[in-house]
Design a protein around this ligand. Sequence first.
Ligand code: GLU
Ligand code: MG
Length: 444
Amino acid sequence: MAAMGSAGSTTGRAEQAEQAEQAAAELAGRGIDAVALGWVDNAGITRVKAVPVAQLPHAARHGVGAAPCFDTFLSDDAMAPGTGPVGDLRLVPDLSALVPLAAQPGWAWAPVDRVTQDGDPHPGCQRTFTRRAADALAARGLRMRAGIEVEWVVDSPPDGAAYGMDRLIAHSDYLRDVLRALAEQRLAVLQIHPEYAPGQFEVSVAPAGPVEAADATVLVRQTVRAVSVRHGLRASFAPMVTAGAVGNGGHLHLSLWREGRNLAGGGQGRYGLTPQAEAFLAGVLAELPGLLVLGAPSPASHLRLVPGRWSGPYQCWGLENREAALRLITGSASEQANAEIKCFDGAANPYLVIGGVLAAGLAGLDGGLRLPPEVPGDPAAAPGTERLPHGLAAAVSAYQASTVLRAALGPELYAAILAVRRAEAEKFAGRDEEAVVEATRWRY
Ligand code: GLU
Ligand code: MG
């Protein structure tokens, strides 16, 4: 059952409370003591409040209090100017996503929707934003399936080569425990491997609907973190862990579906795209400069977004082109076709990323947009290929110019994100690369 939409209604909440009674009894029977109620803030940090299992029904019915000023928290826990200490919001757990945490014995986790004290959706709730965007797509008879690849770096890098078997051998118990924990939490892993940078790994899980995919990203990150702690390791999902090295991406894979058919493949357009999939992707490509504010939110994000590191720093698309921000993947069968947006990273709030991409895609669909010509080789060598905005301040200008994002986010969420990005841009202005990396490395 979903807290969705029902969060505000008394009947919905009473039903939730009844379900929570059952869930609490079940959890207690499995030796679970507490439930972490998590959300991701506009800086991309996962924040949490927790309740003992016996309090879960109360939390489901009334929510748990959290200050509205969390909307303007920065990655270093300072607050953007303009927010005060007054007011309260309620964190309402979504019991449909409640899951015991395999690497934190005695704990379960549920993502929350944030509602006002009157029970209305909080206009600044990022998870509600994603759901609203998914509903808008559903109203056109379409669904999006999405998945975010999670890359991370551990603090005691095993020696060995990029993608090297030696690295996998050195950390095989650790990676096995990551796999086991994810499987126990009902997350279907597609792939896991040592990545390019020293100490870097990547895991991807099966695609899901927009809200579920964002929930899964949060759960994967915190599971990796928890398994790391149990192995005496520290995990960083920060866009840059070592100045000048390859960073941690958070590539978003997506496909568009109508009545069980994947519209990214089997069509008459280029590489089998259907007109709807092309229009959706053209909308995303057009909005990428502003979308960087959602998907590459940190000053450190812009240290990652440089040519030659497969982070997709160019505003172009290409079949299997890993330097293009939008990489089209045909796969070996048309059901597998999808697009990968590479310019997003591990500091991003996955709800904002997926909701923002949905909004951009919808604008493309509504405008019947077409993709520009493909960039088939290295964009650096393709004359006229635009770089994405470089630097947080430039991305913020693009965000401010985007009427699509402004309308989709709504005034409150739009303004909160703007305040956070401006404050972070100001805070880090003039600091050298090393200082930015140092300040953000262990925040994500
Ligand atoms: N680590 C790269 C990034 O920052 C991506 C490498 C890859 O293509 O998986 O996006
Ligand atoms: Mg990768």
